[in-house]
Design a protein around this ligand. Structure first.
Ligand code: SF4
Length: 538
């Protein structure tokens, strides 16, 4: 066989191609190192693009860096697509992860993107809901959030099985290795537990690896692995270690990056060390090294370094982390312990290690007794209790009056348009004052404790909370996250742990401005479609 210059070049790339993430996580027990890359704004041949590319290629040259992970319009800003940079890195044999967020494109564009990524050989996809968009060309972008991270995992998992074409035949399967994120550094029970539950849903929906959101509390990271073990969820988790600078610490502390928490105490430390001659470099690298050492000791499958880092920084962090030795991490927890004084933990504190014990939080257990739940029920809003009653009596498919309502709406289907309009108007008029209904036609009230995702969630989340809440408040609007509120409504009824147990919800835009009640009783909404099987959705 004759060798062409192209085939020689390809053989060279193949011979130096790094092991795949899938291989590392599923066939080895090696603690891997991933580094996050943020693309620039503008074409890759522009000065900023070339800077990012040469930085990325320098990282790719290192044998100590296994994976480069490329963000997708972080913090809601428009940037160069991750796959443009990724293609160059793959051509150099580098294993990459492509972040894919749902904020800028609807399900069709995400499917198209999936075909493109699969065709170009990108297997590792990190599915994200995404930060709320920032102002762009000509003003504020209209966010998509047509589907969310769970919906994306569901769709790409189905692509791995082979989506069905218009004739019901399976198309060629993709080979995505899907990952997801958990934002585990949450302050309150009503934020943290729903994050864990959404993590479980992501894993059940197809996530094969997890990267947690950055945080600076080793006990919370220990707890994450314990929670997964408690629920029998065996999935590799890579620890996010965002290497701070003073600017980053202040931005996180001010809540400018959704979901990342830096306490006042850590900002004060950052300020003090930044006043030193090395501008705090040694302090920040040492903190990161401790986080890496703890992550390795706890059983995370790798470290995910973020921040403004060059290769020398990454290597120094690794060298420092290695100096702690196999057991040295056990004494480090006190140094990575930046939590709020009222921080909620799922497990009790282990005084000996400063980390988590395996004993579930006693106050949490006490709040889950039947007596405590009965007392808490009295504090739930009246309209919530009435809504539950109405659901139990009429709207649940097993409800005593469901069949009566179904027959009524069947008859109305053949009534004059005016009669249907009047009925729809009456429905909407009753739901606006109660739920601030936006007439989406595909109602998710029963799944979110009678809180409307269209009017009260900036990202219209129907499969659990995004990671952006701060102290229980929405990252976008100055109001409580609906999923935190839903958790508090469901807990008195003992339903909080199963709040995300239903099928993945895909909102059907074809139903907008139609009667949600008619759609429920006549089997047209997402609940009925789920019951009929997801394969019939398309
Ligand atoms: S029909 Fe849609 S917009 Fe109206 S309350 Fe239900 S979820 Fe909200």
């Amino acid at each position: 066989m004759s060798m062409t210059p192209e085939s020689i070049e390809q053989d060279t790339v193949d011979s130096r191609r790094k092991p795949t993430l899938r291989h590392l996580l599923e066939e080895t027990d090696r603690f891997l190192l991933a580094v996050e890359l943020v693309t620039s704004r503008g074409v890759i041949s522009d000065l900023a693009g070339q800077r990012v590319l040469s930085h990325a290629l320098a990282l790719a040259e290192s044998d100590r860096i296994d994976v480069l992970s490329i963000t997708d319009n972080p913090a809601g800003n428009a940037m160069l697509a991750a796959d443009t940079l990724g293609a160059d890195l793959r051509a150099h044999g580098q294993e990459v992860v492509i972040h894919l967020a749902c904020k800028d494109g609807n399900r069709n564009s995400l499917e198209t993107r999936g075909w493109k990524l699969a065709s170009e050989g990108f297997d590792n996809i990190l599915a994200l809901t995404g930060d709320y968009p920032k102002p762009g060309y000509g003003g504020m972008a209209r966010p998509s959030f047509d589907i969310d991270s769970v919906g994306l995992l569901s769709m790409y998992s189905e692509m791995n099985r082979g989506l069905r074409d218009g004739k019901g035949r399976r198309m060629k399967p993709t080979n995505f290795f899907l990952g997801a994120v958990v934002t585990n550094h949450k302050r309150h029970e009503r934020e943290l537990v729903p994050q864990y539950l959404k993590l479980r849903k992501k894993i059940e929906t197809g996530a094969r690896f997890i990267i947690n959101q950055a945080g600076y509390d080793a006990r919370k990271d220990d707890e994450l692995l314990r929670w997964l073990a408690l629920y029998g969820l065996d999935v590799p988790v890579i620890a996010n270690v965002y290497v701070l600078s003073l600017g980053a610490a202040r931005a996180f502390n001010a809540g400018r990056v959704p979901g990342v928490v830096v306490t006042d105490e850590l900002v004060v430390l950052a300020e003090r060390y930044t006043a030193s001659p090395d501008r705090g470099r040694s302090f920040f690298l040492e903190l990161a090294a401790k986080q890496v050492a703890i992550a390795r000791g706890l059983g995370f499958r790798g470290a995910y370094l973020g921040g403004k880092l060059d290769l020398a920084d990454c290597e120094e962090i690794l060298s420092r982390a290695n100096k702690f030795g196999p057991d040295g991490w056990k004494t480090l927890a006190a140094d990575v312990n930046f939590a709020y004084s009222d921080e909620f933990y799922y497990f009790e504190h282990d005084e000996a290690t400063g980390l988590s014990s395996s004993e579930v939080n006693g106050a949490l257990v006490a709040s889950r007794t039947n007596a405590a739940r009965r007392r808490a029920r009295l504090r739930t809003p009246v309209n919530y209790r009435v809504s539950r009653l109405a659901h139990w009596a009429v709207f649940d498919p097993e409800a005593p009056l469901f069949d009566v309502a179904r027959r009524f709406y069947s008859a109305v289907e053949s009534a004059p348009v005016l009669a249907r309009k009047v009925l729809h108007l009456a429905e909407h008029a009753s739901k606006v004052p109660l739920y601030n209904c936006k007439d989406c036609g595909d109602c998710s009230l029963p799944e979110i404790a009678y809180l409307c995702p269209e009017s009260q969630c900036a990202k219209n989340q129907r499969n659990g909370p995004c990671g952006g809440s701060h102290d229980g408040l929405c990252e976008v609007a100055d109001r409580e996250c609906i999923w935190a509120r839903a958790y508090e409504r469901l807990k008195p009824y003992g339903e909080e742990d199963s709040m995300l147990d239903g099928p993945v919800v895909f909102y059907d835009n074809a139903l907008r401005a139609t009667s949600a009640w008619a759609n429920t009783f006549l089997g047209r909404d997402h609940q009925a479609r789920s019951a009929a099987g997801q394969e019939d959705v398309k």
